[in-house]
Write a protein that binds this ligand. Structure first.
Ligand SMILES: Cc1cc2nc3c(=O)[nH]c(=O)nc-3n(C[C@H](O)[C@H](O)[C@H](O)COP(=O)(O)O)c2cc1C
Length: 347
């Protein structure tokens, strides 16, 4: 293992500050939630027995209880590791997929997260590193180490240019990231999933990703956690002004998702960014996502304000999501979470 650099040290401390800010109202996008504009078509004649609704969905060779993943958040600090262990146990019980937060710091500090695989043998575990880190020297080695440590089923590469621009210690050189992703696709032993962190992925970017072999994309759009707001909170008052116009920058899922789904075949699309309940999840599926994902909503469900872990509460929240999805499927006359007549009309 290489010695942690100054940047690695900053990034470990930063993680816990990010968790606190993500749990506070300071992180909330002020954009109106686009899913509030969608009313799913009610079916007064569902011709279904509620008990026959099958919410299961196959993702990365595993049948999940429903098409849902906890998207990457934590790891690499004592608090982050504790949260991840709890996420792993609950995700395994609920049979949903789990992503971890950036592994750059945990790998640099030799803090293995291999325990997660033991706690979650039945679900897909998804590793995580940044696109910029992947494009740097030894990026591919970092990616391999991240996969090895978790015995990951896929590696998420996060794209976060908005966050990096506002972060005082952020990476501003975004040259070579697509090329690095292409190399990763060709050289890693598992699928690569590319994700944003709340500013969304447009059709032209999704096409570029598919052209280099990426088959899993989490669009992570605006309206949920705003990383611009989180990073701006960390700045001294007199430095915030410059970023004020960008605090709610980003694509809304209703704008980008249907056209991505129409244009790209054979890409698994994960919809996320501000998911609040199982009806939101049903709306994402109706828009054309194959799966939904959520981060801060579940973090708040798991960790109390005084930092106690409440696994049961997280489990209830995930089970409620599934139950609400099932109700939405019943009321739209759908036996499975694959919408035959969704917004895209091609599902
Ligand atoms: C505390 C916290 C830490 C996060 N850290 C990461 C990370 O390390 N890597 C990553 O890809 N995404 C990270 N994310 C982004 C989430 O995976 C997700 O894309 C984003 O928060 C939007 O989802 P949400 O609105 O449901 O929170 C983090 C989110 C939170 C709340």
């Amino acid at each position: 293992m290489t010695k942690p650099t100054q940047k690695d040290l900053i990034s470990a401390n930063r993680k816990d500050i990010h968790i606190d800010l993500a749990k506070s109202d300071a992180s909330k996008s002020l954009r109106p939630h686009p899913l509030d504009l969608i009313t799913l078509p009610h079916n007064a004649l569902p011709e279904l027995d509620f008990s026959e609704i099958d919410t299961t969905y196959k993702f990365l060779n595993t049948r999940l209880a429903f098409p849902f993943m906890i998207t990457g958040m934590t790891g690499g600090t004592m608090r982050g590791d504790k949260l991840n262990l709890a996420f792993a146990e609950v995700a395994n019980q609920c049979k949903v997929a789990l992503g971890v937060g950036s592994q750059r710091s945990s790998i640099a500090h030799n803090r293995s997260q291999s325990e997660l695989r033991r706690l979650a043998p039945k679900i897909p575990l998804i590793g995580n590193i940044g696109g910029v880190q992947l494009a740097q020297k030894n990026g591919l080695d970092l990616a391999k180490a991240a996969i090895d440590d978790l015995e990951a089923d896929a590696l998420a590469i996060h794209l976060n240019p908005l966050q990096e621009i506002i972060q005082p210690e952020g990476d501003r050189n975004w040259r070579g990231v697509l090329n690095a992703i292409e190399k990763a696709v060709g050289n890693l032993p598992c699928p690569v999933l590319v994700k944003e962190v709340g500013a969304g992925i447009s059709l032209p970017v999704a096409k570029k990703l598919q052209n280099v072999g990426v088959n899993h994309i989490d669009v992570a759009c605006a309206a949920g956690t705003s990383w611009a707001r989180i990073e701006a909170e960390r700045l001294p008052e007199n430095k915030r002004n410059i970023y004020a116009p960008f605090l709610d920058w980003g694509h809304l899922i209703t704008d980008v998702l249907p056209e991505i789904r129409h244009s790209l075949k054979n890409v698994t699309l994960i919809g996320s960014g501000g998911l609040r309940d199982g009806l939101d999840l049903a709306k994402l599926l109706w828009l054309g996502c194959h799966m939904g994902g959520s981060a801060s909503f579940l973090l708040k469900a798991l960790e109390t304000e005084d930092l106690n872990i409440q696994q049961e509460h997280l489990q209830n929240s995930i089970e409620t999501l599934r139950e609400q999805l099932t109700i939405a499927l019943f009321l739209t006359g759908q036996r499975t979470p694959i919408f035959k007549n969704g917004a895209t009309g091609i599902l």
